[in-house]
Design a protein around this ligand. Structure first.
Ligand SMILES: C[S@@+](CC[C@H](N)C(=O)[O-])C[C@H]1O[C@@H](n2cnc3c(N)ncnc32)[C@H](O)[C@@H]1O
Length: 206
């Protein structure tokens, strides 16, 4: 049985994201991807960075199965076996003594913190603070408000839709995300504008 899932947005955004990663990813160590979804990003990016390990993770079992099958379909020697990871957990599986792929030099996350409760952003920042090597980088892709304002009418509509789906969802304000990062030793480096009114927020772990 083929358990691969397909994400239209991952197909659309993967190459613009790749361009940013080529400039800003560290050159050694492990990239920890939080909420890998279908796994299409992991199998697209990992072969582009042969000097890095790529650790995909997912919260949902069906998505974990999708990543496993995508990796079987498009193997790359630097793709680690995917792990189940809940960003809100106070201990992430990679913190276990037996985890083989330290140091984690980058944490990478796409389209999650607006489609989940705020505690997922808090957990993402706390876990990154605990596990990311000093000098490492955090990348968060998605739509953001800037100084409390939407950057496009389409994002405003999307935000209304998200909040109707779940009152705890919603497009986050860049300032609130930066403040949460700062609590965990992460300094905002840059907000890179991306197609379709998204950004990649990059943070340095100092
Ligand atoms: C819109 S999907 C994005 C998936 C993938 N990054 C992509 O771009 O295709 C949102 C993801 O957030 C994940 N998610 C929600 N709550 C989570 C949590 N507490 N910990 C980890 N992931 C979570 C969901 O399982 C889902 O994979």
């Amino acid at each position: 049985m083929d358990r691969r899932q397909y994400s239209a947005s991952a197909m659309r955004n993967r190459d613009p994201i790749l361009d940013v990663l080529k400039t800003h990813l560290p050159t050694s160590g492990t990239v920890l991807e939080i909420a890998s979804g279908s796994g299409e990003h992991a199998v697209h990016f990992a072969p582009q960075f042969p000097n890095l390990n790529w650790q995909a993770t997912n919260y949902e079992d069906t998505q974990l199965d999708s990543v496993i099958d995508w990796i079987a379909h498009l193997p790359s020697g630097n793709l680690l076996p995917p792990l189940k990871l809940d960003a809100t957990a106070s201990v992430w599986p990679i913190e276990s003594a037996g985890y083989p792929a330290r140091p984690v030099t980058a944490v990478f996350n796409v389209n999650t913190i607006h489609i989940s409760p705020w505690r997922v952003c808090e957990g993402l920042m706390a876990g990154t603070g605990r596990t990311l090597e000093k000098g490492g980088r955090l990348f968060i892709y998605g739509p953001f408000k800037v100084e409390g304002q939407h950057t496009a009418a389409t994002n405003k509509d999307f935000d209304v839709w998200l909040r109707a789906e779940n009152a705890d969802y919603g497009i986050r304000d860049q300032g609130a995300v930066v403040a949460e990062a700062k609590k965990n030793g992460l300094t905002h480096l840059i907000a890179i504008p991306m197609p379709a009114n998204n950004f990649i927020q990059i943070f340095d772990h100092i």
